[in-house]
Design a protein around this ligand. Structure first.
Ligand SMILES: Nc1ncnc2c1ncn2[C@@H]1O[C@H](COP(=O)(O)OP(=O)(O)OP(=O)(O)O)[C@@H](O)[C@H]1O
Length: 396
């Protein structure tokens, strides 16, 4: 942890200084560390012209999508590698420091269930992140835009969906407990889970991730997140712990099983629930969990596994973060499939990308991410008529 802090700070200073090495007054050991780190970093710095060429001058035809930090373009580098280039929009108000933060985090963090950052570059106001291109793109496109993704949807049978659950769990465990420092993703959702050519999941978008001091169990911080996935304690009070990711992961499990988007859940005949989580909970209590199943999974589902995953999903989305399992327990549950699991308590109500307005300090003009977000009103169950809601800005 200490090493990473030192590493980050010195590299940010180096780049903000236009590359000048501040060697004066630094200890030899630190100089060695810095030089090693800078060399590693330089290897990852792309020429702007190379990125422009790879993406066909950021051709709209090569645009893969657009998130809170700006558009993402598909490209091919001179050496043949396919890449996804995230062009951070100037209007996103993300500063050079944050850009460096994401770039450094990702280049340090390597796991088969995390998207690999090949490199990055800056050019004037332009800041670009160059990622490996993940062939089957994001889970949300497959699950929630089925018509355009018919073929991919047909490939996403139960066995593959189960593997996605397991892979994302492993990726998150790595971030929370195994990486050189604890990293809370903060924005786990279907659009941040990419699927490779073998349908293996890779967690994307560490733009919201922050270094999280291992010695603290939780910190108070600004709230950033996405409609339908945010843990209630995080969006209501800004209380962030790894259990916020566990909550979002639970939402993803239930979306994968039902094929329904939590944020766009609309009650249907005979469904009294107002949200996907409530629906899953009610079915579970009636012993009818399997009714949650996406009809597209009927022929491939393994009933016992599906039931266990629904149970696990409900444990993850419990209102009280202390009751949610941590990711190491989640991975154990998924691999050992214990016969008995504790009863889940009522699910929490996920927050939108907005938070309760608590005075002038929180008032800010809508950030592009919030403005573009499909979220609209806060969840009715958690909103009071006297409450106003402020769009969240990206972390800075
Ligand atoms: N490495 C990648 N490989 C393939 N497709 C990608 C890659 N990265 C992003 N994409 C595609 O680009 C789209 C936009 O990605 P991005 O991460 O910017 O936004 P998002 O996750 O949808 O939203 P937000 O930034 O608000 O969280 C994704 O939905 C995904 O389909």
């Amino acid at each position: 942890m200490a090493r990473f802090k030192k590493f980050s700070k010195s590299l940010i200073e180096h780049f903000l200084d236009g590359g000048g090495l501040k060697q004066e007054g630094k200890k030899k050991e630190r100089e060695g560390d810095d030089l090693e780190a800078i060399t590693a970093m330089r290897r990852r710095v792309f020429r702007y012209e190379a990125v422009v060429e790879a993406t066909g001058k950021f051709s709209p035809k090569q645009k893969l999508g657009e998130g809170g930090f700006g558009p993402v373009f598909k490209g091919r580098l001179e050496d043949g590698r396919e890449v996804a280039v995230k062009r951070l929009s100037v209007a996103s108000r993300q500063g050079t420091k944050e850009f460096m933060n994401e770039a450094m985090l990702l280049s340090e963090v390597q796991h088969k269930n995390l998207v690999n950052l090949y490199g990055y570059c800056t050019h004037g106001d332009d800041k670009l992140l160059v990622y490996e291109y993940v062939r089957n793109e994001s889970l949300d496109k497959i699950l929630f835009s089925r018509e355009e993704n018919n073929w991919k949807m047909a490939q996403l049978d139960w066995c593959r969906r189960f593997n996605v659950i397991v892979g994302v769990a492993r990726g998150l465990l790595y971030l929370h407990e195994e990486a050189h420092t604890t990293i809370i993703h903060r924005d786990i959702k279907a659009s941040n889970i990419l699927l490779d050519e073998e349908w293996s999941p890779k967690i994307a978008d560490f733009g919201l991730a922050r270094l999280f001091p291992a010695e603290l169990s939780q910190v108070k911080t600004r709230v950033v997140g996405t409609n339908g996935y945010m843990a209630p304690e995080y969006f209501m009070h800004g209380t962030l712990s790894a259990k916020a990711d566990v909550f979002s992961f639970g939402v993803v499990i239930l979306e994968l099983i039902s094929g329904r988007k939590n944020a766009a859940f609309a009650p249907f005949p005979d469904c009294e629930a107002r949200s996907l989580l409530e629906w899953a909970w009610r079915l579970y209590r009636k012993g009818q969990s399997l009714d949650l199943l996406d009809p597209a999974l009927k022929s491939t589902a393994v009933a016992e596994q599906v039931e266990m995953c629904i149970h696990l999903g409900l444990l993850c989305v419990q209102s009280d973060p202390k009751l949610r399992p941590d990711m190491s327990r989640v991975v154990i549950i998924l691999s050992k499939r214990p016969r008995t699991l504790e009863e889940p308590s009522k699910p929490g109500i996920p927050g939108p990308r907005y938070r309760r307005h608590q005075g002038a300090a929180h008032a800010s003009s809508p950030a592009p991410s919030a403005a573009r977000s499909s979220s609209s009103a806060p969840d009715s169950a958690s909103a009071s008529s006297a409450t106003t809601w402020t769009p969240m800005t990206p972390t800075n």
